[in-house]
Design a protein around this ligand. Structure first.
Ligand SMILES: [Zn+2]
Length: 94
C-alpha cells in the first residue's frame, strides 16, 4: 500500500502543497521517460516520516504517476538525488 491514511493529508496546507507541485510539474509524471498524465500522485522526496520540516516544502515534492510511485516505494533513498535535481530545474523554470 502506497498511501497510509494520515489526517494531515486532508489539511488545507497539505492540499495546497500538492496543488502547487502538480502545477509546477505541468500535471505530468516527472519520472524520466514516463511523463504520464493519469493517476498522478505527489511523492515526498525525503519521506514524510523522516522529515517533519520538509513535509510542506515544494522542493521536497515531485509529481509521479501511480506506477512510478509504486516503483519508488521502499527505494525512496535511491531516488533522492535524481528527484531533487529534476525538482530544482522545475522550480527554476516555474
Ligand atoms: Zn510515471
Amino acid at each position: 500500500m502506497i498511501y497510509r491514511y494520515r489526517p494531515e493529508m486532508e489539511s488545507p496546507v497539505y492540499i495546497d502543497w500538492r496543488k502547487k507541485i502538480l502545477k509546477r510539474d505541468g500535471f505530468a509524471c516527472q519520472m524520466p521517460k514516463c511523463k504520464a498524465r493519469k493517476r498522478l500522485q505527489v511523492h515526498h522526496i525525503v519521506p514524510w516520516s523522516e522529515s517533519a520540516n520538509l513535509r510542506y516544502e515544494t522542493s521536497n515534492g515531485i509529481t509521479l504517476c501511480y506506477n512510478c510511485h509504486k516503483e519508488v516505494t521502499k527505494k525512496e533513498g535511491s531516488y533522492v538525488g535524481l528527484f531533487s535535481s529534476i525538482v530544482y530545474e522545475n522550480e527554476k523554470n516555474s
